[in-house]
Write a protein that binds this ligand. Structure first.
Ligand SMILES: NC(=O)c1ccc[n+]([C@@H]2O[C@H](COP(=O)([O-])OP(=O)(O)OC[C@H]3O[C@@H](n4cnc5c(N)ncnc54)[C@H](OP(=O)(O)O)[C@@H]3O)[C@@H](O)[C@H]2O)c1
Length: 265
């Protein structure tokens, strides 16, 4: 992780959501290798792997799709930040899930819970931690998706939650640029994690291009360079560059055509 070395202030407290698997667990792994040796606090329903707990990662169980659960754990998170002074605070909003199917067919409750987790929880945590972030300095990493760049028929609500994160992250980057708080929007493409299983597939229905570790390494590199957004991986960058030149309606139809070819088992 020395390749991630940077010139600015050290990080002393990291709060990551969804460190119990996938990209969140890779964030824990990469951050624990930083020379700064920051304290890490994880928020998710289940615990991260035992090896992280043995290495001192704090786990606060929390269903982040419930606003009252977030309110319940905020004091504990603020105490964790105060117990680890002397450096930046980093919040990584990573927890999230997707779903597949036409809006009129899928569970409305599941879609509403997806909005609560993928959108509301990120805003809620950032809002509650913002005074500490501004006081101590630091940043927020929001894990969006390449789905944020175009509407995603058959994953309509999921794509829209990620578009929200994209727009919100960039606006916050601008608002906070002179306040010592950086905000990075991470846009991974298909990545080998539990994501597709959680979305209801037996196995990934599309070619998975990369690993969670690669996504995280590129994300942290960009975070330390003060970037506002990163689309991880060469082919994802190329795809986004091409589709950004096309009319939105055409991109929506192309995206719908691709996603319709996917069939749930
Ligand atoms: N994998 C991909 O292809 C891909 C591509 C683009 C973007 N992403 C984004 O990457 C992020 C991480 O996903 P992943 O790929 O690592 O999938 P994952 O392996 O399924 O991990 C999802 C994480 O979210 C947590 N989570 C789910 N529901 C939660 C809840 N109600 N409260 C708190 N935490 C909750 C899970 O922890 P618990 O179940 O223990 O609560 C888990 O740690 C998501 O935001 C996803 O949208 C993934």
């Amino acid at each position: 992780m020395n390749s991630l070395k940077r010139a600015d202030k050290k990080i002393s407290a990291v709060i990551v959501t969804g460190g119990s698997s996938g990209i969140g667990e890779s964030f824990i792994a990469s951050i624990s290798k930083l020379d700064d040796n920051p304290a890490i606090c994880n928020l998710s329903r289940s615990e991260p792997a035992k090896k992280w707990l043995d290495q001192g990662v704090r786990h606060i169980p929390c269903d982040l799709s419930l606003g009252q659960e977030i309110e319940r754990v905020v004091p504990e998170i603020l105490t964790f930040i105060d117990e680890n002074p002397g450096g930046d605070v980093l919040l990584i909003n990573n927890s999230g899930f997707g779903g597949y199917g036409e809006f009129h067919d899928v569970s409305l409750e599941r879609d509403l819970s997806m909005i609560d987790l993928n959108v509301r929880a990120c805003v809620h945590l950032a809002g509650r931690l913002m005074p500490k972030l501004i006081e101590r300095g630091g940043g927020i990493i929001n894990v969006a998706s390449t789905a944020c760049f175009q509407p995603t028929p058959l994953m309509a609500t999921y794509g829209a939650t990620k578009s929200f994160l994209h727009s919100w992250s960039l606006a916050l980057s601008d608002e906070l640029k002179d306040k010592g708080v950086r905000v990075l929007c991470v846009c991974p493409g298909p990545t080998a994690t539990n994501f597709f299983r959680a979305a209801g597939f037996k196995e990934s229905p599309i070619k998975v291009g990369t690993t969670a570790d690669k996504v995280v390494e590129e994300s942290l590199r960009k975070y330390f360079k003060d970037s506002w957004i990163v689309t991880t991986g060469f082919w994802n960058k190329a795809g986004v560059a091409i589709s950004s030149k096309l009319p939105k309606v055409l991109v929506t139809k192309l995206s719908g055509g691709t996603l319709r070819k996917i069939r749930q088992p």
